[in-house]
Design a protein around this ligand. Sequence first.
Ligand code: UT7
Length: 330
Amino acid sequence: MPGAKITAVGCYVPERILTNQDLERMVDTSDAWIVERTGIRKRHIADPSMATSDMAVEAAREALLARGMDPADVEVIIVCTVTPDMMFPSTACLVQDRLGCRHAWGFDLIAACSGFVYGLTTAAHFIRAGAYRRILVIGADTMSRIVNYRDRTTCVLFGDAAGAFLVEPTEEGEVGFIDSYNIIDGSGAPYLNMPAGGSRMPPSHETVEKGLHYVHQDGQQVFKYAVRTMYETCQLVLDRNSLRPEDIGVFLPHQANKRIITAVASRLGLPEDRVIINIDEYGNTTAATIPLAARDAMRAGKLRRGTLTLIAAVGAGYTAGVNLWRWEID
Ligand code: UT7
C-alpha cells in the first residue's frame, strides 16, 4: 500500500483588514471583550468582487508553484467549504477550469470547520488505495458573506481566507500520513447553522427579513462540545498510536477560539511552544484555518521534514476530525 504525504502548502489571505476597533464602531462590543473571550485582534475580508473560488484558485496556484507541478497533472480537486460561489456547479468545477487542471475530477466537501481535516483524510485514503497520485485539498471560505454584521455574537469571530495542500504518494523511507479519526454528531445541528437557502427553507422575502441566511450559533454549547470532543478525539489518536504528548512536534488545531485551543492543549499535556495559534491575525476562517496554521508554522521554522504533526478540528454538524502526519516538506 503506498503511503501519502503532503508535498506543498499554499495560502491566500485578502488584503483588507477588519480590526476589533472597526467592529466597535459597528456593534456593541469592545476590543477588550473580543481579545479576552476569543483571542482575535483582526480578520481579513475579501473584496466584493472576490468569491470563494477566486481565493481557492490563488491558494492552489501557490501550492502548485511551490511544488513546480503543472496544473494538468492534478488528478483530484477537493474543495472544502460552506460558502461555495453558488449551490451548483461545485466550487471544485470552477477551480478546475480556472487552474487548467485538464485531467482532474473533484467535488466540494461540506463539513464546516472540520472540512479540511475530512478532505485530508479523503486524499490520504485515495492515495493509499493506489487510485490517484496527485490531489489538491483546498479549504476556502468567504465567511463575511454569511455573517450578520449586526450580530455581535458572531460577527467578531469570522474572517475570509483559503489554503491548499498537495497530497502525493510517499517515496522510499518517508512516512507522511499515519492515522485519522473522524466523527459526526448530527444532534449538534441546532447549535451552529445557516438555516435558510437550502431545500428545507428556500430563499424568500421572509427568510431574508428574518436574517435566516446568516450564521446562527449557540456559542456556549459549541464551545463546550469543541473542548471536550477535540480533547477526546486527539487523546484517542495519541493512545492508539502509543504516543506521549511530548512526541508531538506540532499541534495544528482549528482556530475558532484561543480559549478552546489552550484548554485542549493543556488537557493533552502539549507544551505551549508546539501549539500553533494564529487566530489573533485571521479570526476563524472555517475550512482555511489549518493550512494557514501550517504555513505560519513552516515560516516560524516549527514545522519541517520529520515533524510529527497532530491536526484537529471541531465544527458545525457537529463534525470533528483528527489527523496524524509525519511532515515531509523541507
Ligand atoms: O468554528 C466553529 C465552531 N465554533 C466555535 O467553536 C465557537 C465556540 N464558542 C465560542 O467561541 C464562544 O462561546 C463565543 C466567543 C462565541 C462567546 O464567548 P462566551 O464566553 O461563551 O460568551 P457568552 O456567549 O457566554 O456571552 C457572555 C456575554 C453575554 O452577555 P450577558 O448575557 O452575560 O450580559 C453576551 O451577550 O457576552 C456577551 N457578548 C458580547 N459582549 C461584547 C457576546 N458577544 C459579545 C461581543 N462583545 N462580541
